[in-house]
Design a protein around this ligand. Sequence first.
Ligand SMILES: NC(=O)c1ccc[n+]([C@@H]2O[C@H](COP(=O)([O-])OP(=O)(O)OC[C@H]3O[C@@H](n4cnc5c(N)ncnc54)[C@H](OP(=O)(O)O)[C@@H]3O)[C@@H](O)[C@H]2O)c1
Length: 279
Amino acid sequence: MMKTVDRCGARIPALGYGTYGMGRADMMRMLPAALKVGFRHVDTAQVYRNEAEVGECIEASGLARAEVFITTKVWVANYPDRQFAASVDESLKKLRTDYIDLLLLHWPNDTVPLSEQIGALNAVARAGKVRHIGVSNFNRALMAQATTLSDLPLVVNQFEYHPYLDQTLMLDAARDAGLAVMAYCGMAVGRVLSDPVLAAIAAAQGRSIAQVVLRWLIQQDGVVALSRTTHKARLAENLAVFDFELGAPEMAAIHALAQPGSRIVSPPGLAPVWDDAPA
Ligand SMILES: NC(=O)c1ccc[n+]([C@@H]2O[C@H](COP(=O)([O-])OP(=O)(O)OC[C@H]3O[C@@H](n4cnc5c(N)ncnc54)[C@H](OP(=O)(O)O)[C@@H]3O)[C@@H](O)[C@H]2O)c1
């Protein structure tokens, strides 16, 4: 049974299907299977260029719109006021829906005043085009500024989080500000899969390493995990993380895998100064 992370009226399925880097062929092969197996949350973005496939697959799935939670993200080039709403209209059209469940600012962009970005995010929510709003890749200072500037609650900050990256500072700040965390790159681009500590926990639990890592993420208060796979057989595997529990020593052992310098995604020109835990 899929659990939800609830924030300010948003009920976010704790596991989402990630679609970064997936072109039409992969999307049309994988997303129908993901929905069939039970994924009820899809994470996309304007810049992924696959919102149209998300819309097409959800429509063809026969699921009611309300049964699927759609997260998408506005690309940084669309932050100026005159483009923002038009880009969201374009997303709605591609997604074949009249509302987006959760709309995020994809990365910080200091060429547009943050007040303008947050104002535009609030405006599309007020217009009924978006149910909930949030940010992605915002550091603590930006998250605090954004929260202050926003009339409507920000419900999510989506950022990189996996066993090798200590995100204690960000997790605490997000919790204090009332935001849920949406974790991306949980598999640390495959690094976790050959980890001996994770392998031992997986063996003890009779689970795969991927399942243990996804479970570790969603077992933390207020954390939603995103999971991407291009293998159909792995969909059911990755979804089967709601019927077992990691013990406190196992959770702690996974937290202890964090090492400085483990950040994977940090594009120059987009990434803020990260709030990494001190070395
Ligand atoms: N906001 C942002 O800036 C941002 C940045 C990055 C990502 N994201 C979002 O977060 C999502 C998740 O991050 P991610 O794409 O890096 O995905 P991920 O789920 O952390 O890792 C995907 C990798 O793990 C492998 N994998 C998945 N399940 C597996 C399993 N059961 N056994 C073995 N290998 C497995 C996949 O290989 P196979 O395909 O071969 O199974 C793939 O190479 C993205 O798709 C995107 O939606 C957002």
